[in-house]
Write a protein that binds this ligand. Structure first.
Ligand SMILES: NC(=O)c1ccc[n+]([C@@H]2O[C@H](COP(=O)([O-])OP(=O)(O)OC[C@H]3O[C@@H](n4cnc5c(N)ncnc54)[C@H](OP(=O)(O)O)[C@@H]3O)[C@@H](O)[C@H]2O)c1
Length: 264
């Protein structure tokens, strides 16, 4: 079996669905194990192989993806510790460091850490990745290929893996929150919900493309929308008066702080 995955909830299922949809691996090349009966039924119905336990997955795969919650690592490690051989182990858990994994399972094991995000379900994911020194360039390339098939991948220094979370892993939730606020505000003024949803979502897509493609700075792009004496600047003034940037910074700091606590 090429790929093994332990924990096939929201992220795990999105990853394997993404890579099979893209044709990188077929369903029968992926062996899965999840605690949850409903998740296993969904996997079985989708054609994936189901293992009886965590160790069976480890023994049967070349690349193992750990997509369990950080709080579940202690329990998993107690079950899989001390095996003779391990595949390349890829963890996507927030806060779980390469050092923690090496100290828990063995310094000689090949570990890769990835921070992905949910848009990988539609092949628009953004993943940050780093590896320990046991992983060869070829092995790293194979794992990068998996996440590249479902979005973009950026290699970063492992020391920044927690700091990056507000910029990709958690960001979809923050953006949805922002979008929801604008949709609800539009609805309050009598605009149809579906129309507001479409306008807000398309505008976010368009603005994101502008940021990536335009030669202008982000401040110039803001200023292009804020004609002096016009409507938009009044909204920006309210953001500034209520220190929205500081609120966002505080949210990001607390998000990173929690990720670091999860490694304890
Ligand atoms: N959600 C995101 O947007 C996002 C983004 C980036 C990274 N991540 C990371 O991705 C990981 C998974 O998040 P998620 O949102 O997909 O969580 P989730 O939906 O709760 O899925 C985790 C699954 O793993 C199962 N599980 C736990 N321990 C297991 C074990 N030993 N063997 C087999 N299955 C086990 C859980 O079953 P039970 O519920 O029965 O325990 C659950 O079904 C987390 O570490 C998170 O930090 C998530």
């Amino acid at each position: 079996m090429k790929i093994g995955i332990i924990g096939v909830g929201k992220m795990g299922f999105s990853i394997i669905q993404g890579i099979t949809k893209k044709g990188l691996y077929t369903e029968d090349q992926i062996i899965c194990y999840d605690h949850n009966k409903e998740n296993n039924l969904r996997l079985k119905n989708s054609g994936y192989r189901i293992a009886n336990n965590e160790i069976e997955v480890i023994n049967k795969c070349e690349i193992l993806i750990l997509a369990i919650r950080p709080q579940n690592f202690k329990d998993l490690i107690s079950k899989i510790k001390g095996l003779r051989n391990y595949p390349i182990i890829v963890s996507i858990a927030a806060g779980i460091s390469l050092e923690y994994l090496s100290n828990s399972l063995g310094n000689e094991i090949k570990f890769i850490r990835v921070m992905p995000n949910t848009p990988l379900l539609i092949s628009k994911g953004v993943s940050a990745i780093s590896k320990n020194e046991n992983v060869s360039t070829d092995e790293f390339t194979r794992v990068v290929q998996i996440f590249s098939s479902i979005g973009i991948v950026k290699e970063i220094n492992e020391s920044q893996m927690d700091d990056i979370i507000p910029a990709n892993g958690s960001l979809p939730a923050f953006v949805y929150y922002f979008m929801k606020a604008f949709i609800e505000s539009s609805v309050k003024r009598g605009i149809d919900y579906q129309l507001a949803k479409q306008l807000v979502a398309e505008t976010i897509i368009g603005s994101a493309h502008m940021l990536l493609l335009s030669e202008k700075s982000i401040d110039e792009l803001i200023s292009d929308v804020c004609s002096p004496g016009g409507a938009t600047i009044e909204g920006i003034k309210v953001f500034d008066k209520n220190k929205l940037k500081e609120v966002i910074d505080e949210a990001a700091i607390d998000c990173v702080k929690r990720a670091k606590e999860l490694n304890q």
